[in-house]
Design a protein. Structure first.
Lengths: 167, 450
């Protein structure tokens, strides 16, 4: 049962991700991206990471997508205003992109007998639940958790600095 | 130590300097205790030992001088100085976290704090198109590099089940070819290395650096060239030596190729640059190549070689930019020609710049020479003869583009634009130059101390 759900979700996410790239209308792209995010949240649920799934839906499908839609509507993107890259650049980027995919896939395929230590761990079945996540965030990972506030503070000060009106 | 840094951070320059100095002092509090007395703290997330103390001290002392320089640089926009300053301090905090980190997660957060601050600073001059371009370019490229780094860490975690330096090292020492998931492990390691190579602007991943260095405000360029680069190199050195050392046969060839490419590309392309900041970017790339050579050749017991090299590099760069900033400000352009006749206009500035550039060109009695000497002799003892030859040829090449600035300063006719420098700023430059000279003249003593 789990396996079928996985294949279904994987199919949906890959197709919608492709549609994000290939659809001409930017609004359609964004909507496909929403579908993609939801199916990825489904993957997280299969992997027992319920907290991650909820956060993913709230932040990506909620906040970020609304921002995307706003920006696209405000920008009023037309096809004419989009500069076309010369064919040679397109060609080069396709080749280098495919090479990267080829190398990564080939390297990962080499480890066929996936015997991940993380998945055989006894406490694995509850590792993504909110309770365990909170516990490890505030014990083992306390310092990174606190320090990431500095990261966000610096990002916020930066946003204020860049977007403040010149008085 | 870190808490003090954050607690004392107030939005005024003197307090920031004071905070940095207090941090510097607290940094050395445990200096006289035995080296490994201090275990990793905060659940093994953060480590304090003699090595991290020395590297932190380098970063912090550079930061103190950068704050002084920044106070001068932002004289005309006092209102924003506090904003800039806070971001500088955040970036320094990120650099310290990178150095002291004992867990890949911490390393990543440190890198991100440093990078996010620098993205903002690179684009902080909103009225200039170049600065916007620099900020945007740095942000997009840096975001991809961070993504690659994180992907590598995820694969590594998948293969080993931990991101803790010590545990990873134990896992890899017990590692052999029959261990499962080698594909995950190798790919993860290479992706992590790629992320780091981007951050220190090593050769195939260096394309952002000249544009970003050129576009950013000069003081930010000085920050990137010194603190950001030193922190990234140190972090990579610690990572390779504490974690991946068991796999060194695998990554050595990678490092060798990248080292050769970085040194050659940095020096050869620096020759054709007319913009001073662009030239310094390429010079920084070639120095990154030497630091990679150091990472490759210097083993963990001789870390003071890397510390000495970064110290000399950092202070020489700081003096260079310290002279360049007022010159650019008065001349309103950033080309090598802006230095024309500097010696006749401002002899002190010219002499300081001469000492800094001579050090970077590694002319014998100066710090750059001793740093390279130590690294090259370490490389020789590891049978890396080919790289040593290439590195020496490139050092000779590099003398050419540093000397172009000397020609401009001493041999060209000065024009009538006066260079405005306050006497306190001159005093600052003199102190910086003296520090560089002290580092240069007592290499053995400093290397013996640390």
């Amino acid at each position: 049962m789990r396996e079928y759900i996985f294949y279904f979700l994987a199919f949906v996410s890959i197709i919608s991700a492709l549609m994000v790239v290939f659809s001409k209308n930017p609004i359609h792209s964004v909507l496909y991206l929403v579908i993609c995010f939801f199916s990825i949240a489904g993957h997280y649920l299969i992997l027992n990471a319920e907290f991650l799934a909820v956060v993913h839906v709230i932040i990506y499908a909620g906040a970020i997508m609304v921002l995307f839609l706003f920006v696209i509507m405000l920008l009023n993107l037309n096809k004419e205003s989009e500069p076309h890259k010369p064919a040679i650049i397109k060609f080069a980027s396709v080749i280098s992109g495919s090479l990267l995919v080829l190398v990564l896939v080939a390297a990962l395929l080499k480890s066929e007998n996936l015997n991940l230590p993380a998945s055989t761990h006894p406490s694995m079945h509850s590792i993504g639940m909110v309770k365990d996540l909170g516990k490890s965030l505030f014990t083992d990972y306390l310092l990174p958790f606190e320090i990431s506030s500095v990261l966000f503070l610096s990002a916020m000060v930066g946003v204020v600095l860049i977007s403040k009106k010149e008085a | 130590m870190l808490v003090e840094l954050l607690g004392l951070r107030k939005l005024v320059g003197p307090v920031a300097v004071l905070g940095l100095l207090v941090t510097l002092y607290l940094n050395f509090m445990h200096w006289n205790e035995e080296v490994v007395v201090l275990d990793p703290i905060y659940n093994d997330m953060f480590v304090v030992n003699k090595m991290t103390m020395v590297f932190n001290a380098i970063i912090l002392s550079l930061a103190v001088f950068l704050v002084f320089m920044g106070a001068n640089f932002y004289k005309d926009e006092k209102k924003h100085w506090s904003d800039y300053l806070s971001i500088y301090i955040f970036a320094v905090c990120g650099a310290i976290l990178m150095i002291g980190s004992h867990h890949l997660l911490m390393t990543f957060i440190g890198i991100e704090i440093l990078s996010v601050s620098l993205y903002v600073l690179a684009g902080s001059n909103r009225t200039k198109v170049e600065s916007n371009e620099a900020g945007m370019k740095y942000f997009i490229m840096g975001a991809f590099a961070s993504g690659i780094l994180l992907f590598g860490m995820a694969l590594l975690f998948g293969a080993t089940g931990t991101l803790h330096y010590q545990k990873l090292n134990t896992f890899l020492l017990a590692f052999n070819n029959s261990t499962p998931n080698t594909g995950f492990l190798y790919t993860g390691m290479v992706l992590i290395l790629i992320g780091f190579f981007f951050k220190i602007s090593a050769a195939p991943f260096h394309f952002w650096s000249p544009d970003v260095y050129q576009g950013s405000p000069s003081i930010v360029t000085a920050f990137m060239a010194t603190i950001a680069k030193i922190a990234a190199v140190t972090s990579l050195y610690l990572l390779l030596n504490q974690v991946f050392v068991a796999l060194h046969e695998l990554y050595d060839i990678l490092l060798i190729l990248i080292c050769i490419a970085t040194i050659c590309i940095g020096n050869i392309l620096a020759i054709v640059q007319t913009n001073f900041k662009r030239m310094m970017a390429y010079s920084g790339i070639s120095h990154a190549g030497f630091m990679i050579l150091g990472i490759l050749a210097v083993d963990f017991n001789h870390w003071h070689v890397i510390a000495y090299y970064t110290m000399g590099y950092g202070f020489a760069n700081l003096v260079g930019f310290g002279v360049a900033i007022p010159v650019f400000k008065s001349m309103k352009n950033e080309n090598v020609a802006a230095f024309n006749g500097l010696f006749f206009k401002r002899p002190i500035l010219a002499v300081a710049l001469t000492i800094a550039l001579l050090s970077m060109a590694s002319i014998p009695p100066l710090a750059g020479f001793w740093g390279k000497y130590y690294i090259l002799s370490a490389a020789l003892s590891k049978d890396l003869l080919l790289i040593v030859i290439i590195a020496i040829i490139n050092t000779v090449l590099s003398v050419y583009f540093y000397f172009r600035i000397f020609v401009a300063m001493y041999a060209r006719k000065p024009d009538n634009t006066p260079i405005e420098v306050s006497s306190s700023y001159k005093f600052l430059l003199i102190i910086l130059t003296l520090i560089l000279l002290v580092i240069s003249l007592m290499p053995d003593m400093i290397a013996g101390c640390i």
